[in-house]
Ligand binder design. Sequence first.
Ligand code: NAD
Length: 496
Amino acid sequence: MNQTALPELPAFLQTREKSLFIDGAWRNSQSDGRIETRNPATGEVIATLPDASKEDVDVAVAAARRAFEGEWSRFTPNDRHALIMKVLGVIEKHFEELAIIETVDMGAPLSRTRSFWNYIDRCLRFFATQTANTGGQTLPTSLPGGLMTMTLRAPVGVVGGILPWNGPLIGQLWVLAPALATGCTVVLKPAAEASLSVLRMAELMTEAGVPKGVINVVTGRGSKSGAMLAEHQDVDRIAFTGSTETGRSIIKASATNIKRLQLELGGKSPDIVFADADLDRAIPGAAMAVFANSGQVCYAGTRLFVQSSILPEFEERIANFARTLKLGNGLEPDVALGPLISDKQLASVMGYIDAGREEGARLVAGGTKPGGALEAGAFLNPTVFSSVHNDMRIAREEIFGPVVSIIPFDTEAEALKLANETPYGLGGGVWTQDIGKAMRMVQGIRAGTIWVNNYGAIDPSVGFGGVKASGYGWKGGPQHVDAFLYQKSVYIGGLH
Ligand code: NAD
């Protein structure tokens, strides 16, 4: 391959008509509805997906229920540990293929999708260790009669995983890995815009030995197949990642059978740069806190609070940094930023750029669509607004595009007050060389994850989640395993 040749497309991308993956095999939908999925870098249709019907969702949930009660329920923790490690081996063997599928399907550059290997490796190794963390306790009681008391933990059952489009290659593992660790079964409903890495992963995991019915995938529109999964009577838990608005409908739908819920929702995270920060690190760090994945990251640090004394220098340097990022088709070498997921998303982000201008924010970089070879794709130049007020729409609402709003502040107290003036609470960043100041911010910011002198580090063994309108539940960490189990308290009498 010469320097500029694009990587060869995997065979999986060469069959356009995709099927549902149910009970360990490809299965035709019982509906005729199909959805086109496009490569957002070129606008070209790359596949058509079944728009799953109620019957399809019922069949997938029934397969998951059968598997939950069948052979899978007899897997011991060691069996599940060995299986997860086998799955990891198969993913490693096929990883380049998965990275290419993700790039073509949702636009992120190969440099990014290839970097997910490291994360997947840590994620599956962590959840493999957690197979041993599924037990209960023996507890002393003060009851008369010599009862022996203990707790057991059992898998919650069938989990519906509803995924967004901004990173399904990783996002699906937040549901699959804890399910494999605990003995749950899964029906995944990926976003219609980016389902391909999820379909291929289900096939690969089955090849690795995951019993049929443990992983099922139904594709389709959220308002249809997603909603049917959320209200299904035989689904025990919903692990949802997506917008706060959809999260609200999931809460209502889950009332049908009082499902357990995990809601990983939107964000509008503050990133605070103090004048004493190491700007050589803070400027690229704060820029990529927003521009990575073309801004389509839930915890993106989109409200960038900059201490007034360094504002002119900061503004100029971050604008220059934004202009150096190479946009392009993610399959090409050296591309830093791919397109947005769709023309629809691009139009929505452009609407926010217009709103920012109209409300008096100052555009210092980007704000336009690149032309030439990128004309056909959903590309947007990374955009920096300055002189933003916390009450402007661009500072209040989740844009989900490469747009950062610089908001000046003078004092620590003011920064903290502004940072918390948001309905969201997903992430937050602080850049300073003063540890005391950093810790005061860590304690004061109401958000699930705070980064100090870095932004966006996430490890599956630590855990990630939100507060306020960013949702509840936890991805990663032992808490994630707890959430896929329920506790039984056992009282054994007649011992005396
Ligand atoms: P979305 O809410 O539109 O869709 C998410 C998923 O829900 C998709 O699969 C969609 O088909 C499905 N869906 C839509 N309507 C539904 C309904 N009524 N019932 C059931 N399912 C339904 O979100 P999106 O646009 O795909 O993704 C972007 C959003 O996801 C952003 O708000 C982002 O912040 C959020 N997100 C959050 C996290 C996190 O961990 N907190 C991570 C990634 C993305």
